[in-house]
Design a protein. Structure first.
Lengths: 210, 210
DNA sequence: TGGATATGTAATCAGTGATTACATGAGTTG
DNA sequence: CAACTCATGTAATCACTGATTACATATCCA
C-alpha cells in the first residue's frame, strides 16, 4: 500500500486557489449578502485554511475588489454588445439601448452590481481596471450625447454635459434603488422591469427632440 | 466643602445616555466613516462601558437606525421648508425646488444621507418612522407631477407615473453618486454644486412643456 | 540531486457584536 | 425615613472576525 488511496485529500497546493476563492466569494455573497461575507467562510468553502487567502490578497478589500473587476468586465461587455449591433444608428436610440443594457445587467446581477457600486467594500480608485472601465463607459455616454446633438436629435436648450450627467445619474439611481430595495411598490422577488422600462422611456422621450 | 467638587465623575447613571450615544455615533461616523463604526467606540466616547449601549438599543443596527430616523426628520424638514414658501406656485418650479433642497441637504450632510440611504447598516423597513417619512416624500412628488400635468406644464407624451419615478431616480442617483464618490471629475472636498445645478436644470427642462 | 521559492497550514493577536450575572442608585410606597 | 423594586449601569465572557507570524510542504529550476 503506497498510501495513495481514496480521494487523495487533494494536493497540498491547491493549484488554482485564486479563481476558487473568487467563485466561493461570489457564491457566498449571493447566499448571505455582501455585508456579512467573511474571508474565513470563503476559505472554508474553497477547502483551504483560514489564512490561505491572504497569500493571494493582501486583505479582504482586495479580494472583493477582484470580484468587482470580474463583474465590471461583464457589465462592460454587456453594454458593448448592446451598442455593437447598432453602429451608426440613431444616437438617441443608442443611449436608450445603453441604459437598458446597463439596467438589465444590474437587475440580473444585483450581487455583482452591489459589489461594483460599493465604495466602502472595495478599493475602487485603487484599481486601474475599475477606474478605466468606468471612465470608458462614461466616454461612451459623452460621445453618444455629442452625436445626438450634432444630428439635432437632442432637445433644444439642453446643455450637452449636463444632459449626459443627468442620464448617468438617472440610470445609476434606478439600479442603485433596485439593489438597495428602495421602493415599497416593488416586490422583493420581482425586478421592476416594467417600471424601469417606463421610466427609461420617459427619460429618453424627455431629452429627445420633437 | 460638601463633596461636590470637580467633575464629580458624574453619576453612575448617565441620565441622558440615549442622546449622548446618538451624538457620539454621528461624530464618530463623521470622523472615521460609517463602515468602521463600532459600538464600543461609541460607548467609550459617551464615557460609558462597552455593554451599556445594549441597554438602550438591542443591537448595532438599531442604534444606526435611530441615527437615520433623526436624519430623516431633518431631510424632510429641509424639503418641506423649500416647498412651504411656494404654495400654489408653478408645480414644475416646485419639483425643481424640491430636488434642489434634497440635493443640497445630501451634499451638506453626506454622513447622514449615507446612513439614511444605506440598506445594510440600518433596518429601514423595520422603522415605521423611516418608511412613513419616505412615503410622504414620495407622495409629494406624485402630487406635484399630477398638478404639473393638470396645468399643462408637463411635456406632452410623458406618462405621469414614469416621469415621477424617473425624477426620483435622478435625484437619488446624483446624491448617491456624491456620497459614493463616483465621479473622477469631482474633487473630494468640493461638492459639485454647479454640476448638480446644471444637471437638475437639464432634467427639469427635459420634463417641462414649451 | 538539491536548494530556492511559492503556496499552503497552525497558532495567535487585537478588535468586534452580543449576552450574562451582578452592582448601583433613583423612585415609589408604606 | 426605610425598604422594596426596577431601570440602568458595569464586568466578565463568548464566538467570530481580519490579519500576522512561524513553520511545513510542494514545485521548479540549475
Amino acid at each position: 500500500m503506497t498510501g495513495e488511496s481514496l480521494p487523495h485529500k487533494s494536493t497540498y497546493h491547491h493549484g488554482n486557489l485564486v479563481e476558487a476563492l473568487l467563485e466561493a466569494a461570489v457564491a457566498l455573497i449571493e447566499e448571505k449578502g455582501v455585508d456579512v461575507l467573511s474571508v474565513r467562510e470563503v476559505a472554508k468553502r474553497a477547502g483551504v485554511s483560514p489564512g490561505a487567502p491572504f497569500r493571494h490578497f493582501p486583505n479582504k478589500t482586495a479580494l472583493l475588489t477582484a470580484v468587482a473587476e470580474q463583474a465590471m468586465v461583464r457589465l462592460s461587455a454587456s453594454v458593448s454588445a448592446a451598442l455593437g449591433e447598432r453602429d451608426g444608428a440613431d444616437p438617441i436610440g443608442s443611449i436608450e439601448a445603453m441604459g437598458r443594457a446597463y439596467l438589465h445587467w444590474a437587475f440580473e446581477n444585483p450581487t455583482h452590481f452591489q459589489v461594483i457600486s460599493s465604495r466602502s467594500l472595495i478599493d475602487f480608485h485603487g484599481s486601474p481596471k475599475l477606474v478605466e472601465a468606468n471612465e470608458a463607459l462614461r466616454q461612451v455616454v459623452v460621445r453618444l450625447f455629442r452625436e445626438a446633438q450634432a444630428r439635432g436629435r437632442l432637445r433644444a436648450g439642453l446643455d450637452l454635459e449636463d444632459a449626459g450627467f443627468a442620464a448617468r445619474a438617472f440610470v445609476y439611481g434606478v439600479a442603485r434603488m433596485w439593489v438597495d430595495r428602495h421602493f415599497p411598490e416593488w416586490k422583493i422577488e420581482k425586478p421592476p422591469l416594467s417600471a424601469m422600462e417606463g421610466a427609461l422611456t420617459a427619460f429618453i422621450r424627455s431629452i429627445s427632440a420633437d
